[in-house]
Design a protein around this ligand. Structure first.
Ligand code: NAD
Length: 408
């Protein structure tokens, strides 16, 4: 388990500094797999398709502004994925893109896909590139925060008093469970078709996701709720035993609870504020992370992270490439900017800088700036485009007061 080096001298840094780059190195400690904090990072940017290049440009401006303010470097090197990679290299995730990602400290992805490639054969679809990236980079843990911002509370379909203050993180196992288990198929038995899949988890698969969840919970509110169906499923009983074991031994300060998945689905709607961090297997997490994200109400505000056992993580908005508004300066860049904040917190060991980015996003909303997707009729807010929203957040990153001093 990694904690911030509190012994470091803390002081406010307001100007630029020049630093020699240090090589990419990801920790082999249990839990999250961040590079040790350093002064210069190399990240890969994957702008992808549709609104991807627009939200990437906005995010680049914000990151540059942050680095300038806080006195460190992030070198941003672009690579191809999705439709853009198909057009240029006839491959939705070319090997040189993969190699560049693997050699980076972290990866920031915008979004992929579009009408142009919809009728391509499976191997030449943008989505195939995304799946290849996740597989080749061993991204087994998916982190999806659902934080209801006070400025956007009315964008939720639930009542204000239910969603106000909600801040949930769903940690979903991404590469196991019934989606990948064998045997699977559809056979004919006694004259009728029978379909079957195998819900299966090994101890080591549960251990590693439990470590990620424990680490995430320890960096948040210190409460972890493990979701399963142990009253019916043997695989869930093993899940519960292993999560209990890892959490008790390796994260003794965390308050661990268990909940059956059917109850968790109800509780997320009934009283979502009871949750801090939730950990679950692939299929339960697939459903619950979508449910939790709808508490927030707007797709353009939702970041996510996918993390592997070693090597860089991939940080990306939950939304797709929005081809219906691509190139019109209508996209909301905030989900990608918030994904950059997750990258700073979980991959680059820069939690204070992550907080500054998140505060700047909230400050832009406080100023009444809204892209079209989060504008509500009669809200008296100012409608802005992707460029203007990016510039506003970049300016706020420079001018906001720091709640916590930057550690150097
Ligand atoms: P989508 O998320 O792209 O769009 C759904 C709706 O939300 C659209 O009306 C869109 O305009 C709006 N929207 C989405 N993001 C927005 C933003 N940042 N700002 C403002 N409005 C936004 O989903 P879709 O239309 O089902 O899919 C479009 C393409 O994206 C498809 O090719 C799909 O395969 C792909 N896709 C990619 C990812 C990814 O890159 N991870 C995820 C989902 C879908």
């Amino acid at each position: 388990m990694k904690f911030l080096p509190i012994s470091l001298v803390s002081l406010l840094v307001t100007g630029c500094s020049a630093f020699a780059p240090t090589p990419s190195f990801h920790s082999t400690q249990p839990g999250l797999n961040a590079v040790p904090r350093k002064d210069s990072y190399d990240i890969t940017l994957l702008p992808g398709d549709g609104i991807g290049p627009e939200i990437t440009e906005a995010t680049k401006k914000v990151i540059s502004s942050l680095c300038k303010r806080c006195g460190f470097e992030i070198n941003m090197n672009e690579a191809l994925i999705g439709g853009a990679a198909i057009d240029e290299k006839n491959d939705p995730f070319p090997d040189d893109s993969l190699e560049q990602c693997l050699n980076s400290d972290s990866v920031l992805l915008a979004c992929i896909g579009g009408y142009k490639w919809d009728k391509n054969p499976r191997e030449l679809r943008p989505e195939t590139g995304l799946l290849k990236m996740r597989k080749e980079m061993g991204l087994f843990a998916n982190l999806r925060p659902a934080k209801v911002l006070p400025q956007l509370i009315d964008a939720s379909t639930l009542k204000r008093e239910v969603v106000e203050g909600v801040d949930v993180m769903v940690v979903r196992e991404l590469t196991g469970d019934v989606y990948f288990g064998t045997p699977k198929g559809i056979d004919v038995v006694d004259g009728q078709r029978v379909g079957y899949n195998n819900m299966i988890y090994s101890e080591s698969e549960i251990e590693r996701i439990a470590r990620v969840a424990g680490d995430v919970a320890s960096k948040r509110g210190g409460q972890l709720c493990s979701v399963d169906k142990a009253n019916v499923l043997d695989v869930s009983q093993l899940w519960r035993d292993v999560v209990t074991d890892i959490t008790t031994k390796e994260f003794p300060d965390i308050e661990l609870s268990h909940m059956y998945v059917d109850n968790a689905a109800m509780q997320l709607i009934r009283y979502p504020k009871q949750f801090d961090t939730i950990v679950c297997g692939n299929i339960f997490g697939d459903i619950l992370s979508d449910e939790a994200s709808m508490l927030v109400g707007s797709l353009g505000m939702l970041p996510s992270a996918s993390i592997g056992e070693s090597g860089p993580g991939v940080f990306e908005p939950c939304h797709g490439s929005a081809p219906d508004i691509a190139g019109e300066n209508k996209a909301n860049p905030l989900a990608m900017i918030l994904s950059a904040a997750m990258m700073l917190r979980y991959d680059l060991e820069r939690p204070t800088e992550a907080q500054l980015l998140e505060d700047a996003v909230e400050a832009a909303l406080d100023k009444g700036l809204r892209t079209a997707d989060i504008k509500i009729d009669g809200d008296n807010c100012e409608l802005v485009g992707c460029v203007e929203m990016g510039e506003a957040v970049a300016d706020l990153v420079t001018s906001l007061d720091l709640k916590t001093p930057i550690e150097v």
